[in-house]
Design a protein around this ligand. Structure first.
Ligand SMILES: Cc1cc2nc3c(=O)[nH]c(=O)nc-3n(C[C@H](O)[C@H](O)[C@H](O)COP(=O)(O)OP(=O)(O)OC[C@H]3O[C@@H](n4cnc5c(N)ncnc54)[C@H](O)[C@@H]3O)c2cc1C
Length: 437
């Protein structure tokens, strides 16, 4: 590719103790925790709202909230759940279902009350690094290019964008280079939920029948996660996999958006024809953030592995615990891949028993080769299978809260994420309510 040089003098728009890039569940947990513990915090987010996949992405639900006995996302996660329930922000049939518009306002209030300097519609565009430290990030917004400097940085972009731009090592995909499919989530109305429930619809069977008899599906997708009730006649849907996409490639991401939007009317037709209660259902809108399940995994001091999942591993430097199963969606639309997914994720033998969980070590947040950079959320240091567990939103609250507290302690320790005793981090997290054994 032909290259051009580019040099420009730009304003420093903010100087912080802690700068958090990305305001999904991990970034919000990190920013609020740092700010409440005395840090001057900047939070930059490329969309017009906070919440990431759970709001702009219209992901329907929080999953993996407990291990059957313990509430795992204690602290900020608990606070968000309580606020959401108190604001009538959950589904009428399931308290883990998200009414995204209400969740957006809850995050607005949390971040404002914590005194965080928030910049929406601000895209992290480049990173300046000096040796083992990030010093400055460059952003693009309606103000043009600007710089933000900080003592400690937290990469909560989901894609590990900050770390990758800084030159950190990362993994992407499985050992064959396959990446889990993404989905564009959507909002639907005019549903007769009573009729739907009364019909006890065998969705897999009628979907398979539709693949054989109707001919409007571009790709037969056996893994149908479906509709989640959010109101009297409303649902959010996690439907339609886009296979083979890569969210770190502009061309691939553009094609994914176009493909996903083509899938939604196919599902609308299917539901109209074959699903009782959905004869008059309407697709109202789709997410403004593409539903990315898998992206860069930034290399930390430790890599959490599937072996750790199987072993229910414990670590000296645990900052929390998690138990959600390893949920690797089918890599392609074949029935064989769907069966592989079912065998792995649904197999009772692989599932944890009530009260079982694995430890999350602090070292999966400390970015290899950097002193003042932490990750939180989907992009923490795991193998590709463990990313399939820890990526769900309660897991992101846990790593976000820990990164936020660690950033404050790093700021007080020469801007070094490894220069304080981890037991003190654990004690501080316990004071916030974190569940650490
Ligand atoms: C289709 C789908 C269904 C899912 N279902 C569930 C479910 O049922 N339950 C569950 O708990 N989890 C579910 N997940 C997983 C979960 O939603 C995500 O893994 C989780 O939201 C990741 O949190 P995060 O904070 O790391 O990243 P995100 O939620 O992705 O947030 C990252 C934020 O960073 C911002 N950002 C990214 N790049 C930049 C940049 N360059 N500059 C500025 N800002 C940037 C983004 O706009 C976004 O707001 C699902 C995911 C998908 C895609």
């Amino acid at each position: 590719m032909t290259q051009i040089g580019f040099s420009k003098s730009i304003p420093i728009a903010g100087e912080y103790d802690v700068l958090v890039a990305g305001a999904g569940p991990a970034g919000i947990a990190a920013a609020v925790t740092s700010a409440r513990n005395g840090a001057r915090v900047g939070l930059i987010e490329k969309t017009g709202c906070m919440g990431g996949m759970g709001t702009a992405g219209m992901v329907p639900a929080f999953t993996g909230v407990t291990d059957g006995e313990h509430f795992l996302a204690e602290g900020i996660g608990r606070e968000v759940f309580d606020l959401l329930r108190g604001a009538n922000g959950t589904g009428p049939e399931n308290p883990n279902i998200i009414r995204a518009e209400i969740l957006k306002r809850i995050y607005d209030d949390l971040v404002a009350t914590a005194g965080i300097e928030l910049s929406l519609e601000t895209v992290l565009t480049d990173v300046i690094r000096e040796g083992r430290n990030v010093t400055t990030v460059i952003t693009a917004s309606c103000n043009g290019l600007e710089a933000f400097s900080a003592s400690v940085f937290i990469d909560a972009t989901g894609d590990g964008a900050l770390s990758a731009m800084a030159g950190a090592e990362f993994g992407l995909g499985d050992d064959r280079g396959r990446i889990m499919p993404g989905s564009l989530c959507s909002l639907w109305n005019n549903i007769n939920w009573e009729e739907y429930h009364a019909a006890k619809v065998p969705i897999f069977d009628i979907l398979t029948k539709a693949f054989a008899e109707d001919h409007f599906f571009e790709v037969p997708d056996y893994h149908h996660t479906g509709m989640y009730r959010t109101g009297t006649a409303e649902a959010t849907a996690n439907m339609g996999h886009v296979f083979g996409m890569n969210s770190t490639d502009r061309v691939s991401l553009t094609q994914a958006w176009l493909a996903a939007r083509r899938l939604l009317p196919e599902f609308e037709e299917f539901y109209h024809r074959r699903v009782p209660g959905f004869q008059n259902a309407q697709l109202s809108s789709s997410g403004s953030l593409f539903g990315v399940r898998e992206s860069r995994r930034i290399q930390g001091d430790y890599t959490l592995t599937y072996q750790d999942f199987e072993n229910r591993a414990r670590f000296e430097d645990e900052i929390g615990h998690f138990s959600y199963g390893v949920d690797i969606h089918p890599y392609d639309s074949s029935i064989e891949e769907f069966r592989r997914f079912q065998a792995e994720f649904k197999d009772p033998a692989r599932r944890y028993k009530k009260g079982e969980n694995y430890g999350i070590p602090y070292r999966i947040l400390t970015v290899k080769g950097f002193d003042n950079l932490l990750t939180a959320g989907r992009c923490v240091s795991t193998d590709n299978r463990m990313e399939g567990s820890i990526r769900v939103m309660p897991g992101c609250f846990i790593t976000g809260q820990a990164a936020g507290m660690a950033a404050v302690m790093a700021r007080q320790s020469g801007n070094n994420t490894r220069a304080f005793a981890v037991f003190e981090l654990q004690n501080n997290l316990r004071k916030l309510g974190a569940y650490i054994k």
